[in-house]
Design a binder for this molecule. Structure first.
Ligand code: F6P
Length: 548
């Protein structure tokens, strides 16, 4: 058994789980009228209610003990101070430096990174101001109307999610497009409607070697040149965001038009870096800074608050409680706000690429579950699709409910109906419906006797299904910044407890390597025989049927 599962804090939690697993939240609420007050608080403009969880005050104390045992406070200090906690890549993890608003230096290998962070930020603001004001124009002198971000994973999901979420704050002349997949569908259908004179391409890739991105960027470049016919105009219409100046230059983008970031920014944590260029262009300096400010507020909260009042710590530990002690294998994120529809997809990469690991920091195989499957969509749609399983299915799925109170520009009764559903769902998940309640309802409906007996088991809701609720006044750049940072730190907390490196992603490599070999196989005539029987069979079936 591992160091973690044999540790005193883990063992204490396991024993405690055996004692309290049968308790129903309905009873816990009844026994303690102060439960809501005890298990809710506000930070960074986010009101957090975790009272509808299968925990007692003792559970929380034991979870905090686990956090202390795992050295969480020291790990937080190490991350913020630039220590190389990404051990397998020998890198610091400093996305927090990108939104650091205090004047203190942040050092990597003895060098303060803040001057270069601030210099790139200034370059971003200057560039985005010029695009927004129309001072920077395309090759025919017309202002830009369409911004196309070409990137994938962390070079796509963050800017895409933020630009969608903050549409109300976006520049009205600018249309934002995000191209990530290599099947050609996105790029072909997007380019079809664009005018090269007024289109700016941002090629975003940390490594600048990602096949999907480079392929899409080449297609965009060809599309542009086919219409414009003059290579010198590329400089006005293509910019790059990368850590790899050499590859950017080789691609044909002048490095003067490159926005730099650094290897201590993980791809999935990079929206705060120059990868956020589309966000800065769309929102403008003021709102973009507000986004960073919101994240900074959450950073300060995470760094300074005792665990007992620390939002990311509590969220992270609750996740550990369900994943490791209740065997919950998935986690649903359910925003009741259409603007946040892409938030779950963003969190999928953030969480699963970070903590989807089974080897710990000592190189040992873990004997406990790590990252859950994170999933979700706009909550109200979920209610009419998969909530059935959440209410009556055989597995526990912890849910984060997220909503804003004010919805500007939305006429009534939309908001009231939305929020009524929002509150109703967490109540239903917690309370459920007992057999007695079902019988009373059926009596009222005139269904009695054997017909009632047959229906009752189907209409019972066990309840006792855990939810967190996050409420904010309004979805502003600042609140969104705080929300994203909250999840980043939650993931850090879990990675620390599980003793895994949350900042590498070796698991994405094998597929990439094999794809390179198979790309060669697909274009080589004759039978492919170098793989297993299934892969050979599929490749050869494809080769026989692909139109040449
Ligand atoms: O394949 C996974 C990944 O490496 C992610 O970690 C990263 O966000 C994405 O690909 C894109 O990488 P890049 O920004 O280097 O193109």
């Amino acid at each position: 058994m591992s160091k973690l599962t044999t540790s005193p804090a883990w063992q204490a939690l396991a024993a405690h789980h055996r004692e309290i697993a049968h308790l129903h939240m309905r009873d816990l609420f009844q026994q303690d009228p102060q439960r809501f007050e005890k298990f809710s608080f506000e930070s960074g403009g986010l009101f957090f209610d975790y009272s509808k969880n299968r925990v007692t005050e003792q559970t929380m104390q034991l979870l905090f003990d686990l956090a202390r045992q795992s050295g969480l406070a020291e790990r937080i200090e190490q991350m913020f101070s630039g220590e190389k906690i990404n051990a397998t890549e020998n890198r610091a993890v400093l996305h927090t430096a990108l939104r650091n608003l205090d004047k203190n230096p942040v050092r990597v290998d003895g060098d303060d990174v803040m001057p270069k962070v601030n210099a790139v930020k200034e370059k971003i603001f200057q560039f985005s101001d010029q695009i927004r004001s129309g001072e920077r124009v395309g090759y025919t002198g017309r202002p830009f109307t369409d911004i196309v971000n070409i990137g994938i994973g962390g070079s796509d999901l963050g800017p895409l999610m933020v630009c969608n979420a903050l549409k109300n704050y976006g520049h009205e002349r600018l249309r934002m497009h995000f191209i990530s997949t290599v099947d050609g569908d996105q790029i072909v259908s997007t380019l079809k409607h664009l005018n090269p004179e007024t289109t700016l391409f941002i090629v975003a890739s940390k490594t600048f070697t990602t096949q999907e991105t480079i392929t899409n960027a080449r297609t965009a470049r060809k599309w542009f040149l086919d219409r414009v016919g003059n290579e010198t105009h590329i400089a006005k219409h293509f910019v790059a965001v990368s850590t790899n100046a050499k590859a950017v230059a080789e691609f044909g983008i002048d490095t003067a038009n490159m926005f730099e970031f650094w290897d201590w920014v993980g791809g999935r944590y990079s929206l705060w870096s120059a990868i956020g260029l589309p966000i800065a262009i769309y929102l403008g300096k003021h709102d973009y800074q507000d986004l960073l400010h919101g994240a900074y507020t959450m950073d300060e909260h995470f760094k300074n608050k005792p665990f007992e009042h620390n939002l990311p710590v509590i969220m992270g530990l609750l996740g550990v409680w369900y994943i490791n002690f209740f065997d919950a294998t998935t986690h649903l994120v359910s925003p009741y706000n259409q603007a946040l529809q892409r938030f779950p997809a963003y969190l999928q990469q953030l969480d699963m690429e970070s903590n989807g690991k089974s080897i710990d920091l000592d190189g040992e195989r873990v004997d406990y579950h790590t990252s859950p499957v994170v999933w979700g969509d706009a909550g109200i749609n979920g209610q009419h699709a998969y909530y059935q399983m959440l209410h009556q299915g055989s597995q526990i799925v912890p849910v984060d409910f997220i909503a804003s109170i004010e919805h500007p520009e939305i006429p009534e009764p939309h908001s009231t109906i939305l929020m009524a559903n929002f509150f109703a769902q967490t109540e239903a998940f917690m309370r459920g419906k007992t057999a007695a309640e079902v019988r009373a309802e059926l009596d009222k409906a005139g269904i009695t006797g054997p017909a009632q007996d047959a229906l009752v088991p189907h209409k019972i809701f066990e309840g006792n299904r855990p939810t967190n609720t996050i409420l904010m006044q309004r979805l502003t750049p600042r609140r969104l910044g705080a929300l994203i940072a909250l999840y980043e730190h939650k993931i850090f907390v879990q990675g620390t407890v599980w003793n895994v490196n949350s900042y590498d992603q070796w698991g994405v490599e094998l597929g990439k390597q094999l794809a390179r070999t198979i790309e060669h196989d697909l274009t080589t005539p004759g039978l492919t025989q170098t793989h297993d029987a299934s892969t050979n069979g599929l490749i050869n079936y494809y080769k026989r049927n692909v139109p040449r």
